[in-house]
Design a protein around this ligand. Structure first.
Ligand code: TXA
Ligand code: MG
Length: 323
């Protein structure tokens, strides 16, 4: 039977799907999100079911603008500075949830804080505005797998069962940077699309990475995540004969299947290509993907974080201690 939702959606149609309490994937500048009305328990439950996501792992709520975020959480001064500097954009703030908001308690998984962000993608913001309510959205991948950076990847993941608002390829390619607070002290809960030095420059102080067993952490930072089928071998300056190779900058691949994250050594380009190239090499069937060393500074922190989780032994439920 012809399914109208298999055809390209426009914003009004996507908002209608969310309004009736169903999930709809949509593009953001970081990765595609699997969205649901954040005020509906039933709708939010469908996110966890569709992804196979553990219920202890809370969701990010996407807002159309700063005013919507202010209606949900209490900002301290530093949070306000960061929101002004980076929104709309790839930054998520974890802040105390205001009493009496309509957000479903399934979104926060019982925490007293809520993660909020205003995405840069105009279509994403238009969708939230059209719905008129905040949209809960994790990355649109089955739990534990690579994050999708194109509508096509989302369709493949969920066998065309999830409608997708196509926003083209994602510009940043890694998820948002998450910042929370221990008292008034800012901590980075996840490296991401906004490099840590840029956050430190706005706050005029060093921002440490949160320890997994510290007072504030992101419950979803599992040791094994973003896992392709192939095993990953990191910091490989050259591939073995049976490997596929994910290069960076100048590298020699021999005759094995390969992709180069950025021939010119540009970390932005590398972040944008990371998940798509891992997926492409994985689909070529190599048992091992050897990955070139990637510099750790700037966006390299987020890229190396994702690679380490992709390389970790599978099924590892314990959190990776933040580095
Ligand atoms: O770029 C992104 O952030 C993408 C796009 C779709 O916006 N979303 C995304 O969502 O990466 P997800 O669910 O894959 O990752 C959300 C992370 C998880 O590690 C979760 O544990 C953490 O945010 N998180 C959510 N609420 C939190 C809270 N109240 N306190 C601490 N961590 C929280
Ligand atoms: Mg995710």
């Amino acid at each position: 039977m012809d399914n109208p939702e298999a055809h390209p959606l426009n914003i009004v149609q996507a908002a209608a799907i969310l309004r009736r309490g169903d999930v709809c994937a949509f593009g953001t500048e970081t990765v595609y999100g699997l969205g649901a009305d954040a005020t509906s328990d039933d709708a939010v439950l469908k996110i966890y079911e569709t992804k196979g996501r553990p219920r202890f792992n809370p969701l990010i709520v996407h807002c159309a603008d700063r005013a919507m975020a202010h209606s949900l959480v209490s900002f301290n001064q530093d949070a306000e500075k960061l929101a002004k500097a980076f929104w709309p954009g790839p930054l998520t703030l974890v802040l105390p949830i205001k009493p009496g908001t309509a957000i479903s308690s399934l979104v926060t998984a019982g925490l007293e804080t809520l993660a909020v962000r205003v995405p840069q993608s105009e279509n994403a913001r238009a969708l939230i505005k059209e719905l008129g309510r905040p949209v809960a959205a994790p990355s649109a991948n089955p739990s534990g797998q690579l994050s999708p950076t194109s509508a096509e990847q989302v369709r493949q993941f969920f066998a065309n069962k999830v409608p997708v608002l196509d926003d083209g390829p994602c510009l940043a390619g890694v998820e948002s940077t998450i910042v929370g607070f221990v008292g008034d002290k800012p901590v980075q809960l996840r490296p991401g699309g906004v490099p840590r030095p840029e956050i430190e420059a706005i706050l005029n102080q060093p921002v440490e990475a949160a320890m997994a067993d510290g007072p504030v952490s992101a419950p979803g930072m599992l040791k094994s995540h973003y896992a392709p089928r192939a095993q990953l071998r990191l910091n490989a300056t050259a591939p073995g004969d049976a490997d596929a190779y994910l290069g960076f900058s100048v590298h020699s691949t021999g005759k094995v299947p390969s992709r180069n994250l950025s021939p010119s050594g540009d970390l932005r380009e590398a972040a944008r290509n990371l998940f798509a190239y891992l997926d492409e090499l994985d689909k070529m069937g190599a048992r091992t993907i050897a990955v070139a060393p990637i510099p750790g500074e700037g966006l390299g922190e987020a890229i190396n974080d994702r690679l380490q989780r992709a390389a970790a032994p599978r099924g590892g439920g314990e959190p990776l201690v933040a580095h």
